[in-house]
Design a protein. Sequence first.
Lengths: 343, 624
Amino acid sequence: MNDMTPIVTAPKDWETDQEVRWCPGCGDYAILKAVQRTMPEIGGTPANTVFVSGIGCSSRFPYYMETYGFHTIHGRAPAFATGIKLANPELDVWLVTGDGDGLSIGGNHTMHVLRRNLDTQILLFNNEIYGLTKGQYSPTSREGTRSPSTPFGSVDHPARPCAFALGSGGRFVARAYDVSKQLPDVLKAAHAHKGAAFIEIFQNCIVYNADVFAEFTDKKNASSHQLWLTDGEPMLFEKGAKGIALDREALQLKVVDVVDGDWQGAGVIVHDVKNRAVAHMLVEMRFGPFPMALGVLYDDPHPTFESAVVAQNRELSEGKTPDLQALVSKGQTWMVEKEPRTE
Amino acid sequence: MASAAHTITKAEATAHPPAEAVVVRFAGDSGDGMQLTGGQFTLSTALAGNDLATFPDFPAEIRAPQGTLFGVSAFQINFGSTAIETAGDAPDVLVAMNPAALKTNVDALKPGGLIIADEGEFGDRNLAKAKYDANPLDDGSLAKWQLMKLDISALTLEAVKPFGLGKKEALRCKNMWTLGLALWMFDRDRQPIVDWLKAKFAKLPDIAEANIAALNAGHAYGETAELAGPMQKVSIAAAPTEPGLYRTVTGAESISLGLVAGAQLAGLKLFFGGYPITPASAILHHLARLKEFGVTTFQAEDEIAAICASIGASYAGQLGITSSSGPGIALKTEAMGLAIMTELPLVIVNSQRGGPSTGLPTKTEQSDLYQAVYGRNGDAPLPVIAARSPADAFDCAIEAVRIATTYMTPVMLLTDGYIANAAEPWKVPDMAGYAPFPVSFMTDAPGEGEAFMPYARDEKLARPWAIPGTPGLMHRIGGIEKAEGTGNIDYAPENHARMTEIRRDKILGVDVPDQDIEVGEAGGRLAIVGWGSTYGPILQAVRRARAKGLDVSHIHIRHIWPLPKNMAVLLRSFEHIIVPEMNTGQLKTLLRDQYLVDAKPLNKVSGQPFMIAEIEAAIEKALA
């Protein structure tokens, strides 16, 4: 058990014999393919890999991965993952959740798994809608979303998954979208990060919320509306014609024009994945005036929860023999030598 | 300073001959340290060889406003030279540290019983807070009891003067002064308390010495006050006990120990997921200190996460355990359904308290039986075991682990606030006498062309436990209905019907020992059928009734679900059945439903345990 010798696998080794039950054209198919393509590249071992999910369309994911899989209950996947990882820290644990599962009913657990920094990859498929329950608005739906439960438009403010993750103490925050070519790279970076790695994956629900991300995912919009971040590289988009700089007076980000490739002259920021302050600005960057920040926004490892638990368990057990008889005999005891009333 | 306000007459005295057992209740403000006083008195009593039972009764508020009626904290101990099964009906001695403590407790005191009151606390302000118009120590309203009023506050201040403590700190020693007096009254050794104080205040030697001085002063006071009249030294002989090593144990301790023992017998590491809740937290506290036994404790973000993490740990090959109390158990319900569906071992400990909702967090009740047996969506059976006493909880915990791992099922272990907090002497078990029930994980990968069947079954209908990390056994589980054998998602009507039946039959097939009779015959005019912490009062009431020649037997059920196989025959062999419960009749309903017997309820839902006399009266009425 837990044989950690790396084995060579191919993407098809990670496919199950189960019939995939997502709607035709669902963005989940692309994500599944990306994950199955990534697993051999990171040297994954099916027997040592566990996919844990909650409830919703995204949470069917484990059934299609030839690994250990646990399709749990709505919103609670992080808690199951915590128990699994504490019981066996050698396992490679992946969490699959959605915007409703992870940020509405399970928001509390998402917060705590990030705060504790359990070593797991959290794939939050954000389609800004409840798909499996037939199209109600979700906590990430934009204001005014018309849905069966909000026929006149939703009135509440949406949650921002990456801002939530960072605010919860997350040490790895990334963004990608279902059909993006870079998704496997983002998954690899998440896996390489020791600790809770949070990835918001924009996912197109073609039935209930089609094309809601088209403004930046459509090929014609990609260049002008996608800002792919690379550690050590300047934050450029629109084929290098624009960049992100810091407005030093307002202490906020701004879009600047880059003339003749002189990004330094335009004050474009060089991405530093360990810069938490800039990460906070990136996750809050409003789409529209700004491009959508994609890739690894923040990556600064910190000791993990399970390693701390294991270390404390080990330290406090060291040199002690677990003697059950001694344990039950502890405390203030007394001996009854003979039946006191026998005459 | 001491004065007897009332001396009992000869007639009163002979009406209450020297008892084989004495009930003492310490009552004071929640900041007066009454639980500590009671706990230490319990220890000294156990060391003196008496059998005993205790009942801690404290408010839900941590520091309720001083002197108020709702801030009263009490600790009752019943100890004697015969077998003690309950904390006692009515106290013989009441120690009242302030007017509120007197007011809320004095009506329980036996006529002719002794009140020891700290008159230093009976000033106008405290009297007003306790809603007394006149000082009860002076107005004759306590005439049916013996009254000993002492200015314990002043006596304590005097005793600890040499240690130069501030007034507030000095007054904190009042409980030790009172304990000293109680130790004198019952001829108890002070040394264990002195040792305990020295250890407790090792870093604050002045405080330790001041407390010891207060303890000694209270004791010395008893010796001199003996002359004053009502305060009599009482000698209680040691109780008949089997020879062996003994210790005191609370239910929370014994459950923790039993769970650890169960995990060891199963050959598993133990994972405990918990969330703070009264009165269940004590189990988390105990287990958090036992890391060398392969115990991992996880204080989760909520009750749901606590059970889910435990199920996750079971899935990964440890013994998952979670624990809570009524409202927290309610939150865990959905996850229990998943554990039933995925057929993973899990132990859920419910330390019941008064409900519904937040209810009475620190008071006891047995009102979660329906919740345990029926309280889930879908047809979701799981075994339910109920502990009857702190000592019994140890074996119940082991039994819960055995069933959970043998049958791959969640098991509910019911205890209650009374059992969790109460202490009783416990003959230390010989662990060599417990047969191990080692778990074996599935490790054999299927042959070429064969598929692993995660929902195949053994002769007990249990499915294999194949844990992540095992090559060749990758499989997926979840809450959606499973196909028999393969475990694949399957919504087919006939499959769901079959799987529902399998889940039911697996639990009904759990090997539960036949029900025995505690006292009496396997048939006759009347059976008193109980479960859980009503054990003590039922047993005593039945014994007393039988001593009067009444045809009554006591049956006490440990296995609430599935019920013992001989239960039908057993119950039908009695003309009458009474089921005393601290709820409105939940076991009664279960028995009526299962056996179509005319079980009659006897209910108490005041947050207080049954008194022996209440059950005795019901027996007499039924057989009249």
